[in-house]
Write a protein that binds this ligand. Structure first.
Ligand code: ZN
Length: 211
C-alpha cells in the first residue's frame, strides 16, 4: 500500500486525521502542519515532546543555562500569567492561523506600549495588521488584569515584571524562528499543551477538513 500523500513511499503508519495509512516521511514532515493531528495520535505526541527537548537543549547550548534559570524564576513568580498569555496565543493560532512572525510583531507592540506607559503616557502602539493589533490588545488586557486590579491580591504584578515576561516570550519565539524553518513552529509547539479545542472539535463529530 502506497502513502496517499506522496504516492511514492510505503504507507506504514496509521494516520487518525487522514483515516488511512501514510508513510513515515510524510508523517514526520506534515504532522501538526499540513495534517490536523488529533492529540491522541502517538506519533504526534512523540514528535511534540521530541521537538520540545531538542529546542530546550539547543537553547541552553546557545544562550547558556543562565537564560533557562531566568525564565524559570520569572515563571515561578506568577505561573498564571504565563498560562493566560499562552492561552491567548493558542486561541489566535487556531482562529486565525497566525505565524510566529505575527507573534513577534504583537509582542514587540506590547513591550513598546508598556514602555510608553512607564513614562506615564497611555498610548497603544499599533501595527498594520488588524489581527496583530487585536492580539497585542488581548495580551495587554491579560497583563492589565494582573497589574491593575486590586482583587488579584498576591498575584498582582509590576509593570517591570510584565515587560520581563513579554520579553521572555519574545526571546523564545525568536529562538524558534532561528532554529526551525516551519513558520509556525513555536505556536504548534505551545498548542500541544492546550488540547481543549481539538477535543471539542472531535467530539462534535465534525469531519476534519484539510486543504
Ligand atoms: Zn508519504
Amino acid at each position: 500500500m502506497k502513502c496517499i500523500l506522496c504516492e511514492q513511499r510505503k504507507a506504514k503508519r496509521y494516520c487518525p486525521a487522514k483515516r488511512t495509512y501514510i508513510c513515515s516521511v510524510c508523517c514526520g514532515e506534515k504532522r501538526g502542519v499540513e495534517i490536523d493531528c488529533p492529540l491522541d495520535c502517538p506519533y504526534y505526541v512523540e514528535g511534540q515532546s521530541y521537538q520540545q527537548t531538542k529546542a530546550t537543549r539547543q537553547r541552553v547550548k546557545k544562550e547558556g543555562v543562565q537564560s533557562y534559570i531566568r525564565r524559570a524564576e520569572l515563571y515561578n513568580r506568577n505561573p498564571e500569567i504565563f498560562a493566560q498569555i499562552e492561552t491567548v496565543l493558542v486561541d489566535f493560532f487556531r482562529r486565525y492561523n497566525i505565524k510566529d512572525e505575527d507573534l513577534t510583531t504583537a509582542l514587540d507592540l506590547v513591550i513598546k506600549t508598556l514602555d510608553t506607559e512607564k513614562k506615564g503616557i497611555f498610548y497603544e502602539h499599533k501595527a498594520e495588521s488588524k489581527i496583530v493589533n487585536e492580539l497585542s490588545g488581548q495580551l495587554l488586557a491579560v497583563i492589565r488584569t494582573f497589574k491593575d486590579r486590586a482583587e488579584v491580591g498576591q498575584g498582582r504584578i509590576s509593570i517591570d515584571y510584565a515587560i520581563d515576561v513579554v520579553q521572555e516570550f519574545l526571546k523564545e519565539v525568536k529562538f524558534y524562528r532561528e532554529i526551525e524553518t516551519n513558520p509556525q513552529t513555536y505556536l504548534i509547539n505551545i498548542s500541544g499543551y492546550y488540547p481543549d479545542k481539538a477535543v471539542e472539535s472531535r467530539s462534535s463529530g465534525g469531519l476534519i477538513i484539510t486543504p
